[in-house]
Design a protein around this ligand. Structure first.
Ligand SMILES: [Fe+2]
Length: 578
């Protein structure tokens, strides 16, 4: 049975294909159309997924769409009556959704009437919960999804047993932890869609001076929370998000009200310098998020009496909060889906159909995130030749693995910046050693060098460490796996000066634990770095420069040349300045 998951007309448009319960491929549309967080219809992502699975559109038995426009109809109608612009937007979205069959057929020049696939709707947060639980190694687990808004809810929780999951509760619009974080992110002058993680990084430089004030903005409420709505606008104007267009990054309308400035002081303009007050506000924002999020998790642990928890939704990317789950809740195991944001809905919806709708037993665990496009040696060689690298003064050498790793580790140890492109592209927003820029973690100045030369991003944002999984307990305060860079743990005090570049100002690192089974070549590279330098860690940042992560070899070469990295490894090819 072939199930195609499609997240369309929503941020992070994506597709995934599940064949007889096994995930074969999953990818975001942004990797193809090169528009960050692209919404619209993910035609290229679908074409890739089917090609990877060796299928045609006619082979697809079921299509799972992670959206149910009929969910919470009462609440929707209530708000639609009060907000005509919101009602108009809903109608537009509904029209798009009823046309998914046509859009899918159109992407393949097929007749919609000829599609044999059965279409299923899976509610947004149910798809989030499914994305995490059905990919996790847990036979039974508590489940939590928390994000901005999807199908008019912001959070949902429940429990999973084997192939079944049940929902225990949810929080409906307008109360939302994700929108709370987005609103304060805007108030702090970060206006772009997806800027929340910048503010999370900034928070480490501050003190929770405004925590009491934030407790008034988000009030705890039994198993959940409520927003003090006078500080927000979305319940009056509707959540103004532009989702539908494929060639545009989504835009979020203004979420905070003038009351917020009365409560917290003036908002920061995007060009204004960042003062200590802004850092303290970011810190307080984060502290309140953690109180509420960890409170919800403690409640869920009590209610389910389970030892494991599966997380998804945009809030589950908050690695600082996730890093505290083991210490501050009864949970002993945590699994976060690598595409915890809305891209992951494509996988969740497809697996939900397989398990919950058809009752099929569990047979899949997502142990790695390499579900995107890969390229053959020939394709890679052709891209190198087309770029005329030799004529441009670069040496191109094809090396056996052992030699390649030895040379590459030496380049890293010399303080050079390396582009590292291997195998299939990562699923989710983190580069995990297949589309990564890798550097020496021992050099404190590396952060500034990377920012100046390659990444052109805010200096307060931390870089992340990739560490041999077996060494993580020796270097970090916790040894629980973090294969998808979704946890921040404290670096042991005696190790902080050994890896200053990926250690954040508060002493934590958003680590990726690398196992030999999940990514053998990346593991061997770090092992070789360890052999040469005595440190089983590399600094790992995504292979891009203010664009979606590179997908094809050509894009890696372009980024390498544009940003003047020192060396590039594409599969077995090493490219250096000659
Ligand atoms: Fe979501």
């Amino acid at each position: 049975m072939n199930i195609l998951g499609i997240n369309a007309y929503h941020g992070n448009a994506s597709a995934a294909i599940v064949c007889d319960g096994q995930l074969i491929a999953a990818v975001e549309e942004e990797r193809f159309n090169r528009v960050k967080y692209a919404a619209g219809f993910p035609a290229a992502a679908i074409r890739y997924c089917l090609k990877e699975a060796g299928l045609t559109l006619a082979d697809v038995d079921h299509v799972a769409v992670p959206r149910n426009p009929y969910a919470r109809m009462g609440t929707k109608l209530f708000y639609a009556a009060r907000m005509p612009s919101f009602a108009r937007e809903r109608i537009k979205v509904l029209a798009k959704f009823t046309g998914i069959r046509e859009a899918l057929a159109g992407a393949f020049d097929a007749d919609p009437e000829q599609l044999k696939a059965v279409f299923h709707r899976v509610e947004h947060h149910i798809a989030h919960l499914a994305s995490s639980f059905y990919c996790s190694p847990f036979e039974e687990s508590a489940l939590l999804s928390a994000d901005g808004l999807g199908d008019f809810a912001s959070s949902m929780w429940g429990a999973g047993f084997g192939p079944r999951m049940s929902v225990h509760g949810s929080i409906a619009f307008p109360h939302s932890l994700g929108l709370y974080y987005s609103a304060i992110t805007q108030y702090l002058g970060f206006l772009k869609f997806g800027d929340e993680y910048k503010v999370m990084g900034l928070g480490a430089y501050g003190e929770p001076e405004f925590l009491e004030k934030f407790r008034e903005i988000v009030k705890s409420n039994g198993s959940g929370f409520k927003l003090a709505l006078k500080y927000f606008t979305h319940h009056r104007t509707g959540p103004e998000m532009s989702w539908a267009e494929a060639d545009k990054t989504p835009v979020l309308g203004k979420l905070f009200s003038e009351e917020l400035a009365k409560h917290l002081g003036p908002a920061r303009g995007p060009e204004e310098p960042i003062a200590q007050r802004h850092k303290n506000l970011a810190c307080s924002l984060q502290a309140r998020l953690e109180e509420v999020y960890l409170g919800m998790l403690r409640h869920l642990a009590r209610e389910t009496q389970m030892k494991s928890v599966c997380l998804a939704g945009g809030v589950a990317f908050n690695c600082v909060a996730n890093g505290k789950i083991l210490g501050e809740t009864p949970f002993e195991n945590v699994y976060v889906h690598p595409a915890a944001g809305d891209a992951g809905l494509a996988v969740g919806a497809a697996l939900y159909i397989w398990h919950q709708v058809f009752g099929k037993p569990r047979s899949f665990v997502m142990e790695h995130a390499y579900w995107g496009p890969g390229f053959s040696v020939d394709e890679t060689r052709k891209a190198i030749e087309a770029a005329k690298l030799s004529e441009a003064g670069y040496a191109v050498t094809q090396l056996e693995e052992e030699k390649l790793l030895e040379r590459t580790a030496r380049i890293i140890g010399e303080g050079k910046i390396l582009g590292w492109f291997q195998g299939r592209a990562e699923w989710g927003p983190r580069a995990l050693g297949n589309r990564s820029i890798v550097a020496d973690p021992r050099r404190a100045e590396m952060k500034e060098i990377l920012n100046k030369r390659i990444k052109h991003r805010e200096i307060f944002r931390p870089f992340a460490p990739s560490i041999l999984a077996e060494a993580s307990g020796e270097w970090f305060e916790k040894a629980h796996p973090s294969p998808f860079m979704t946890m921040a743990y404290a670096v042991k005090p005696d190790k902080r000066d050994k890896i200053p570049a990926p250690t954040h100002v508060d002493g934590t690192g958003r680590l990726q634990t690398v196992t030999k089974t999940a990514n053998p070549r990346y593991w061997k590279l770090i092992k070789e770095v360890d052999r040469q330098t005595g440190v089983p860690v590399v600094l790992n940042t995504s292979f891009n420069d203010n664009e979606p992560i590179v997908c094809k070899p050509q894009e890696a070469i372009d980024c390498f040349l544009r940003t003047q990295m020192d060396a590039l490894v594409l599969g077995h090819f090493l490219i250096t300045k000659s």
